[in-house]
Design a protein. Structure first.
Length: 258
């Protein structure tokens, strides 16, 4: 069987130029890892590998080794610009290669491939029917948009946790302070009543009665403040729990994506 050689590679390179000139490449990030090389196997001991561009928006190189109906060998296209959009890419037209796929999870890609190459006389066209493929990469998934989003979510969740913790601490301090005010006011009222019972003059009694009246008003205000502080504390504790749950969810997503 002849090996696919320069004519087929040249034709593919020309196709790559057309794609570069006429296809508008959208900005897309997904599970694909910028700058990664993915490698996988094909039927009949074949193999494929392809590169993702440094910005994660394109397939820039594809290399396929395998057997067709009347040929076998290696086909490689470089300087390509096959757009990646919404986790997926698609070059549906053979001559020489129909190649499509997606990135369903971190460090993994899957899709289909088919070839139809004109090798000229005396061989003519060499074809390989559509086959499914799965490829993986050893590149770190830290560069994928999902990983960056997950890290951002973890950081945002930590900010929420810190804010909720601060709110809960502030509310608890308000409860403690109000309880201290209530306790001090009660002692003042108790002592006032003792002094009132011992008072011997009308003026002293009147003064103490005014002080007790003021202390009772202070006590009533403190009790109302305590009710509000306790409500704020309960709300802050609920927010703290919600923030902790969001943080746990974000950490799980980070582990899955990164």
């Amino acid at each position: 069987m002849p090996v696919i050689g320069y004519p087929a590679l040249c034709r593919w390179s020309c196709l790559a130029v057309l794609v570069w000139l006429f296809v508008a490449v959208p900005v897309a990030h997904a599970h694909q890892i910028p700058g990664a090389t993915y490698r996988g196997s094909l039927p009949n001991n074949g193999s494929l590998e392809f590169d993702v561009s440094a910005d994660g928006t394109r397939i820039t190189r594809i290399k396929v080794t395998g057997k067709g109906d009347v040929c076998e060998g290696t086909l490689e296209g470089t300087n390509l610009s096959l757009p990646i959009t919404n986790h997926a890419f698609d070059h549906p037209t053979t001559d020489p290669l129909a190649f499509s796929g997606s990135f369903p999870s971190k460090q993994t890609a899957q899709g289909t491939i088919a070839t139809d190459i004109d090798l000229g006389p005396p061989i003519g066209r060499c074809r390989a029917s559509t086959a499914s493929w799965t490829a993986t990469t050893s590149a770190s998934p830290a560069g994928s948009q999902e990983c960056r989003d997950a890290v951002g979510a973890v950081n945002a969740a930590q900010v929420q946790v810190d804010s909720a913790q601060a709110a809960a601490t502030s509310a608890q301090n308000a409860v403690d302070k109000t309880n201290a005010t209530i306790a001090a006011t009660r002692r003042k009222i108790k002592n006032g009543h003792k002094r009132l019972r011992k008072a011997t003059t009308s003026a002293a009694k009147t003064k103490l009665q005014k002080q007790l009246k003021l202390a009772n008003k202070t006590l009533a205000k403190a009790r109302s403040a305590l009710t509000n502080a306790r409500a704020q504390l309960q709300g802050a504790l609920a927010q703290q729990q919600d923030a902790a749950t969001r943080q746990q969810t974000a950490a799980g997503q980070q582990q899955a994506e990164c």
